[in-house]
Design a protein around this ligand. Sequence first.
Ligand SMILES: [Zn+2]
Length: 331
Amino acid sequence: MGEIRRVPRAAFKPVGDDIVRQRTLNSRISCSGIALHSGARVTMSLVPAEPDTGIVFVRTDIEGRGARIPARWDHVVCTRLCTTVGNRDGVRVATIEHLMAALAGCGIDNAIVEVNGPEVPVMDGSAAPFVFLVECAGTVEQEAPRRAVRVRKPIAVRDEKGGTASVLPADSFSLDIRIDFDSPVVSRQSLSLGLVNGAFKKELSRARTFGFLHEVEELRAAGLARGGSLDNAVVVSGDTVLNEGGLRYEDEFVRHKALDAVGDLYTAGGPIVGAFQGTCSGHRANNLLLQALFADRNAWSFDVLRSGEPATVIGMGGSWQASRAAAAAPL
Ligand SMILES: [Zn+2]
C-alpha cells in the first residue's frame, strides 16, 4: 500500500472551502482477542488507507488478492447471529458489526482491517475496545471530500421473522429502535437518538451483545458461540442478568441493537443521512434495507458533505441528544 498523503489542514482549507474531508487512522494499531463463534484467538490490525478506499478487510492468513473483502452491503453473505462479509473466492470475515459501528462512530472513512482468521475478535462484546484503538491510533484528515448516502425517499423492509426496518429522508442521521423479547429482564425497550454531535462513544459504544442462557447452550451444541462467555456478552437467565457487574446502561439491550444498526448501516459505504427505524430488527433486516435502498436509483444520492450541515456531525466528540422512551413502553 502506498504512502498516505498528509496535507497540513490549512493547505486544503482555503477561504470559502466548506467541504468536509475524509479521514483515516494516523497510524497502524493492533489488538488480539477471542473469536466469538470459533473460539480461536485472532489478531486484528487497523491500518491507514488511501482516500476512497472505504473499509476493506484483508485476511492475512490467506495469500493473494482473493484475501480482500470490501465491508459493503453487497458483500454481506450471512446475517445469522452476526454480519459476515465475503468475496467471490469464498473468503469471509464474520462479526464485523461492532468494529464497523466504532469506525462509523469515530468518522473513519478509510481503513484496511487485517485479520488472521475468519472472524473479528469479539473483545468485550461491545464497540468500546475498537473506539479505544482508534483513539490510540489517532485520526488524520485526507484531501478527498467526504460523501454520504442521502436518503431521498422512504424505504421499508420486513425480514422473515417479522422484524421491520426503514429509512426516511431527514437532514441528519437518527435512530429509532424498538425491541420486544419474551424475557422479564429485556422485555420491551425503545430508544430514539438524534445524532447531534457524534458521541457514539458515550451513548452506544459500551453496550454489549446479549443472549439467553438456553440459547447459549443451543449454540454451543451447534458448535457456535464457542468463544462466548460472561466476559464478552450479557447473559440472561430467567429474570436475572448473570454477569457479576450487572448492566452498563439500564437499557443496554436496546442500545446494543442501536450499536448493531450503526455498524450494519455503515456497510452503505459512507454515513447515512436519513432517519432509521427498526422494530425487532437485526442484521438481516438491516442488510435487506440497504439492498432495497440501493436497488432504487431514485431513493438515494451520494453527496459531498459540507461543514455546517447537520449531517456532518458524525465523528469524535460532542454528544448525542438522546431521548429514551420508558422501558416497557408499548411498541
Ligand atoms: Zn451486536
